[in-house]
Design a protein around this ligand. Structure first.
Ligand code: VAH
Length: 315
């Protein structure tokens, strides 16, 4: 059975539903914390349990009660909010990860704990960022993500725990809003377009960042966890890429379908500083070679689907 920790977050909420679709509703437990309870179909379609990643005993009792053999650990504070709460970001991101890995070591679970393009820093090569390269991020989010990669590899190399991960780009989705990230603008812009509002963009013109549509992100995580371990040269964490764009490019892509859509810039200094330190585009050759990674969506097909889904949701 599978446990998703952080199952009501931006990725967790859709990952839980996708896993239930593929493995059966009763085989996927939605782990959540009080105050962020599962609702609607996420609540109705399968089991859920309170799992505070900072409480080792709680993780272990859920793993034993539901006979868990795979844990998707999505508990984290995102890049902008982590700068205002660095200690909490470390507590959830790393103390939490320690608890997950220890439980996995004792109970023989496989573990997926995502990293991010945020694990790279200003002195990392920005264009076609290599799989193996310097990672000296200066955000607390980045520090927790590099540590996540190193600790997850440590548990694999030392104890044989089956840990695997990808470095997620900015993820664009229409079910659960992101919570405090630098790439949130690429989600918010679609909501403004559908609501007929002028979008106030916090990221400067020309700022390239890797982005990915949620269906591709979910497929990456699940495909990696199903991959033949013999073929994995890397584990924590694989570069994956699908598209890279700046605000002007996504604005023009939306205007093709919403001709009177307007955007103005009001750059947020913190978000801009973080965005400038991240790569412009990743080289994902290793993921394609070692486990057949292949995105399906591009900016045009994502835009068509996002506008359609948000019009249905917001009408
Ligand atoms: C953020 N959406 O902006 C997250 C993610 C790579 C971006 O880490 O912090």
């Amino acid at each position: 059975n599978i446990l998703v920790i952080g199952a009501t977050g931006q990725i967790g909420s859709e990952l839980t539903m996708e896993l239930r679709k593929r493995y059966g509703n009763t085989h996927v437990v939605a782990g959540y914390i009080p105050g962020a309870e599962p609702k609607g179909e996420l609540k109705e379609s399968g089991p859920s349990a309170i799992v505070d990643v900072t409480d080792a005993g709680m993780i272990e009792s859920v793993v034993k009660e539901y006979n868990i053999d795979t844990i998707y650990n999505l508990a984290a504070l995102l890049s902008v909010v982590a700068e205002s709460k660095p200690k909490l970001a470390w507590k959830i991101g790393i103390d939490g990860l320690w608890n997950v890995l220890e439980t996995a070591r004792i109970h023989g679970c496989a573990v997926f704990t995502p990293s991010s393009i945020g694990s790279f820093g200003a002195d990392t090569p920005h264009t076609k960022t290599p799989q193996d390269t310097i990672q000296r991020p200066r955000t607390m989010y980045g520090v927790t993500k590099v540590t996540t990669e190193l600790l997850s590899d440590y548990y694999h190399n030392k104890y044989g725990v089956d840990t695997r991960a990808v470095r997620f780009p900015g993820i664009i989705s229409n079910v659960t809003p992101p919570g405090g990230g630098t790439t949130d603008y690429a989600v918010d812009i679609y909501y403004s377009a559908v609501k007929g509002e002028t979008f106030v963009c916090p990221i400067a013109k020309g700022t390239l960042m890797d982005m990915m549509y949620m269906p591709d992100a979910l497929n990456a995580a699940i495909s990696l966890m199903e991959a033949d371990p013999e073929k994995l040269v890397h584990r924590n964490a694989f570069n994956i890429a699908s598209m890279s764009f700046d605000p002007e490019t996504i604005y023009e892509a939306i205007r093709k379908h919403v001709p009177d859509f307007k955007m103005v810039y009001d750059v947020d200094p913190l978000k801009q500083r973080i965005a400038d330190s991240w790569p412009d585009s990743l080289d994902d050759t290793c993921a394609r070679k070692e486990w057949g990674w292949e995105p399906e969506y591009d900016l045009e097909s994502m835009t068509v689907d996002m506008l359609e889904k948000l019009r249905a949701k917001l009408k």
